[in-house]
Ligand binder design. Structure first.
Ligand SMILES: Cc1cc2nc3c(=O)[nH]c(=O)nc-3n(C[C@H](O)[C@H](O)[C@H](O)COP(=O)(O)O)c2cc1C
Length: 182
């Protein structure tokens, strides 16, 4: 009886504590989430600007809504919040690293990022990219959620268009095939 009870206690103890995983965080687990790659664009006081984002998702339909997550320090985020509108250009696998560098690794505060890129204007007056893209969306900002480092913006889609048939560039494809390896 004593031995049976002791054994039961040992089994319970190990199931409750010893085999429990520690709540550590492995940052590389984030690499296994799947994302696309986009240029978010905005316009304010006659100035166009845009930045690279890997976070853009459809979160509702009828009406269709997208969310984007933008860093607080980005000029594009400021312009979107002040103007209440943004465009999303969906990048394709042929996108050169120079496009990622231009939109994603410098700020529109220091340079005209749209200079030299093939663009069109959508009905809302904002630009979208017509090269190395396969779709565009125009959105009107409906809601804002402060996430600390980033702001989550929910936008209602006011216009959308398919621009090509090439596969969308995923964040994983960018890391595997586009980002230079030093
Ligand atoms: C691959 C990649 C993914 C990025 N994803 C995001 C993102 O999801 N959200 C964001 O706000 N910035 C993202 N960035 C950073 C912005 O594109 C970057 O800060 C940009 O220079 C901001 O420019 P701006 O100040 O003209 O808006 C990403 C950059 C790269 C290279």
């Amino acid at each position: 009886m004593f031995y049976a009870t002791a054994r039961l206690c040992r089994v319970c103890w190990s199931a409750t504590f010893a085999e429990q995983e520690k709540p550590a965080q492995d940052p590389t687990a984030l690499y296994n989430l799947s994302y696309g790659l986009f240029v978010l664009s905005a316009r304010e006081s006659g100035k166009d600007n845009g930045c690279i984002a890997n976070t853009c998702f459809q979160v509702a339909n009828d009406p269709t809504k997208l969310v984007i997550s933008v860093q607080k320090g980005n000029l594009t985020r400021e312009m979107i919040e002040r103007s209440g509108a943004f465009n999303v250009s969906v990048l394709t696998e042929s996108v050169p690293f120079e496009t990622i560098r231009n939109f994603g690794m410098q700020s529109g505060r220091d340079t005209d990022k749209l200079a030299g890129f093939e663009t069109k204007r959508s009905y809302n007056g904002l630009v979208y990219l017509t090269e190395h893209t396969n779709a565009m969306f125009s959105c009107k900002v409906l809601e804002r959620i402060d996430l600390g480092s980033h702001v989550l913006l929910v936008g209602e889609v006011t216009q959308s268009k398919v621009l090509g048939k090439e596969p969308s560039c995923t964040y994983a494809y960018y890391h595997k095939a586009i980002k230079p390896k030093f």
